[in-house]
Design a protein around this ligand. Structure first.
Ligand code: UDP
Ligand code: MG
Length: 139
């Protein structure tokens, strides 16, 4: 597998809870490198464009609310097989079901406020990176 880039978010509650340093440490410890990093307070329009596939789901309003709770950290990270490996390091969506040692298990509060995001496929990563970063922002 070649070097790959994926898109990651540290979600508002994880920032509020003081887990930024530990999450970025995990990224570096796992051998990823950072190629984009941006802190923003999202708005409804940006969230809707990002979570397009979930807009009509029953949990969307809670998801939206959780993403508006405070600023997020948007990141582009690179490594071997980065998309799949970052998903493994995060753990499954629900922190209660995520494996011990995963970021969602360690730092997630609940199913919605689950600390981190990661793209699920190459095409998704491409779309998500460019939803938030211009070529000028990426190194
Ligand atoms: N989510 C939620 N309730 C659900 C499923 C998902 O609040 O029943 C939230 C959760 O924050 C999750 C995000 O919506 O990370 C996107 O859902 P997805 O199924 O894509 O999970 P992910 O890819 O983040 O593991
Ligand atoms: Mg997803």
């Amino acid at each position: 597998m070649a070097l790959q880039r994926t898109f990651a978010i540290i979600k508002p509650r994880a920032i509020k809870n003081g887990h930024v340093g530990e999450i970025i440490s995990a990224i570096e410890r796992e051998g990823f490198t950072l190629h984009g990093l941006r802190m923003v307070h999202l708005n409804k329009e940006l969230i809707k464009g990002f979570y397009l596939e979930h807009v009509h789901k029953t949990f969307y309003s809670e998801l939206e609310e959780s993403m508006l709770e405070g600023p997020v950290l948007l990141m582009v990270i690179e490594g071997e097989d980065a998309i799949l490996r970052w998903r493994e390091i995060m753990g499954v969506t629900d922190p209660a079901k995520a494996a011990p040692g995963t970021l969602r298990r360690k730092f997630g509060d609940d199913l919605t406020r689950n600390a981190v995001h990661g793209s699920d496929a190459a095409s998704t990563a491409e779309r998500e990176v460019h939803h938030f970063f211009s070529a000028f922002d990426l190194v």
